[in-house]
Design a protein around this ligand. Structure first.
Ligand SMILES: C[S@@+](CC[C@H](N)C(=O)[O-])C[C@H]1O[C@@H](n2cnc3c(N)ncnc32)[C@H](O)[C@@H]1O
Length: 282
């Protein structure tokens, strides 16, 4: 793909690092309590519990990597369930916040400052790679999907929550709000430039092709419907009814095929049937 390698194409990493260094404290003030306690090991805007969705599978004794771990509340909860979690984040301030969470919880979890597009881990290090609106929202999936596959062991799980294509296609940016009109081209989804922030979302077909090429099978696609009457700090009151009718967020649950099977599917993997993502964002 054209985005591979060049420094110019990776400016989003520096933009997003600046964003998170700048807003780490404000984000915690705004959402920290909502992400804590029994909502720590839960997904997305409405904190749907992992105990209900069961997407990670058994974690006891498993090596689990969170990419874009933020203040590390998932990590603390996973350590409490006898997993062997590791947290990776781009932002030094967010990792400082994670250290604070761990001190308070008296848990020690390894934390790594790094970029999820270039994971600083050997091949086949983890049983589970996951994120909850973490690095998969802010990184180019053309890089992160193969990286997640590389660091996973055979049959390992890759699970991530991020924006649905529906949300991005119906969203205005200035001001940022949900509408009932189509605001941008579906086929051009890839890099989404907000003021001072870059996100990434692919059309569904392109997600699926990228997963297959990287050796994943899809176990589930959870399209979260906003629970009735439940508040979230991530949406205004007037935006919440939108999420009752259309999915704002998706959670992909993938499994890395054992190597022999994945080689076979790679040779069969189809060429992109949509236009190349990122060819013309806007
Ligand atoms: C919305 S927060 C989610 C973190 C956590 N789930 C939470 O809610 O606190 C997104 C996180 O992704 C991290 N991030 C952004 N780009 C990244 C990258 N290229 N590599 C690793 N982490 C990244 C940010 O620093 C931030 O901590």
């Amino acid at each position: 793909m054209t985005t591979r390698g060049t420094a110019a194409a990776r400016t989003h990493v520096a933009t997003n690092r600046r964003l998170w260094e700048r807003q780490a404290v404000g984000y915690e003030r705004h959402a920290g309590r909502f992400l804590s306690g029994r909502r720590a090991m839960a997904w997305g805007f409405w904190r749907i519990p992992e105990s209900e969705l069961r997407l990670l599978g058994p974690v006891r004794g498993r090596d689990v990597l969170e990419i874009g771990c933020g203040a590390g509340r998932w990590l603390v909860a996973l350590a409490g369930r006898a997993a062997r979690p590791v947290g990776l984040d781009l932002s030094r301030r967010r990792l400082d916040q994670a250290r604070g969470e761990m001190r308070r919880a008296r848990r020690r979890v390894p934390l790594v400052e790094g970029d999820a597009e270039r994971l600083p881990f050997a091949d086949a290090t983890f049983d589970v790679v996951f994120c909850d609106w973490g690095a998969m929202t802010f990184c180019d999936p053309l890089r992160t999907i193969p990286e997640a596959s590389r660091v996973l062991r055979d049959s390992g799980r890759f699970v991530f929550a991020t924006s649905s294509p529906w949300r991005v296609v119906c969203q205005t940016f200035k001001p940022e709000r949900m509408t009932r009109q189509l605001q941008r081209s579906y086929f051009d989804l890839h890099r989404i430039d907000y003021p001072g922030e870059v996100n990434f979302v692919l059309p569904y077909g392109e997600w699926i092709r990228r997963f297959r090429v990287a050796g994943f099978t899809i176990e589930d696609l959870v399209e979260i419907q906003a629970p009735v009457g439940r508040a979230t700090p991530y949406l205004t009151k007037s935006e919440r009814p939108w999420g009752r009718r259309w999915p704002l967020e998706n959670i992909w649950q993938l499994r890395k095929e054992p190597r022999r099977a994945s080689r076979r599917s790679r040779t069969r993997s189809p060429r992109s049937r949509t236009r190349r993502p990122g060819a013309n964002s806007g």
